[in-house]
Design a protein around this ligand. Structure first.
Ligand code: GTP
Length: 299
């Protein structure tokens, strides 16, 4: 039997857990079942408690206490441990039916999406035909306020593309925390950021932003080697923007969070997720009551 899932990724604090909680609430309101899997071994506060929690296997806190690791090392250790104990996931998920949308809430450490091998292995395991065989879609969240600082926006978009290429499954990018950008930018102005392209580098409001010298190592500014000149920094931004434009792979959906917009926004994102995992196609065609098929009356 098919299983369906969505893996929620993004940098630290981008709103992953909040998005998962909104998704669960929305599914429940629409009489659909959610199964919430927390894979962040450092997560603490949940509105909806996880149905399966990596912390029941291992937690960052325990690793830091027992092995004296720092938070990032402990996170990596937890994922290595999960990879050695994948039965934990099989036991928790094997009996789920196609009624459920399985939501995987991931940690925010960026190294997990760039150079650690765990995520591709995890996705391969979850999607493996004949085993859990989950039809999986990835979502990658980025804070909408990044668009104010163009280099940050392009760097974030590059990390979204990196996650996309790493996992090789249907993928949606989402700009979160839209309430924080609204006071600073009109809907019309914001629209241009839904698809990154090189024209966005010409920021009329912030000419100085990309022309200052940037201390790339955070070290003593008197050390000339540690400084990247304005021109070099601009060329780097242009190269990143070009790369994104050439591959034309990154575009964004918006995650609104005000009371009046949130439902519609989550609904739209959920439709995209359903489409990516072909949820509707896999459901039995439902017989609609006769009145649904009544021909419209002629005037
Ligand atoms: N203003 C605003 N704040 C938000 C929104 N979504 C989340 N937050 C806040 O942003 C902070 C981080 O949110 P989380 O949902 O924990 O983010 P996360 O990506 O799961 O964080 P990590 O697991 O630490 O990587 C919290 O203080 C949230 O209350 C939003 O739409 N608007």
């Amino acid at each position: 039997m098919s299983k369906f899932g969505v893996i929620v990724m993004g940098p630290a604090g981008s709103g992953k857990t909040t998005f998962c909680q909104s998704l669960i609430t929305h599914l429940q309101l629409n009489r659909r079942s959610a199964f919430y899997v927390n894979l962040d071994p450092a997560a603490e506060h949940f509105e909806h408690q996880p149905d399966l929690d990596i912390k029941d296997l291992i937690s960052v806190e325990d690793v830091m206490d027992e092995l004296r690791y720092g938070p990032n090392g402990a996170l990596v250790y937890c994922f290595e441990y999960l990879m050695d104990n994948l039965d934990f996931l099989t036991e928790g998920l094997d009996s789920l039916t196609d009624e459920y949308l399985i939501i995987f809430d991931m940690p925010g450490q960026i190294e997990l999406y760039t150079h650690c091998p765990y995520l591709p292995r995890l996705v391969k395991f979850l999607t493996q035909p004949g085993a859990l065989d989950i039809r999986l879609c990835a979502t990658y969240l980025l804070e909408s306020t990044f668009v104010i600082d163009r280099p940050k926006y392009f760097a974030g978009s590059l990390s979204a593309m990196s996650a996309m290429l790493l996992l090789d499954i249907p993928h949606l990018n989402i700009l979160s925390k839209m309430d924080l950008i609204r006071p600073q930018m009109s809907k019309r102005e914001f629209k241009q950021f839904l698809v990154p392209d090189t024209t966005l580098l010409d920021d009329p409001r912030r000419k100085t932003k990309t022309s200052v010298s940037v201390d790339v190592h955070g070290s003593d500014p008197r050390d000339k080697n540690a400084l990247m000149s304005g021109a070099t920094f601009q060329r780097l931004n242009a190269a990143v923007a070009n790369l994104l434009e050439t591959f034309s792979m990154v575009s964004y959906l918006k995650l609104e969070c005000t009371e009046e917009d949130e439902g519609e926004s989550i609904d739209a994102i959920l439709s995209h997720i359903d489409h990516c995992i072909q949820y509707h196609e896999a459901q039995e065609p439902k017989e609609l009551p006769d009145e649904e098929f009544e021909e419209p009356q002629e005037d």
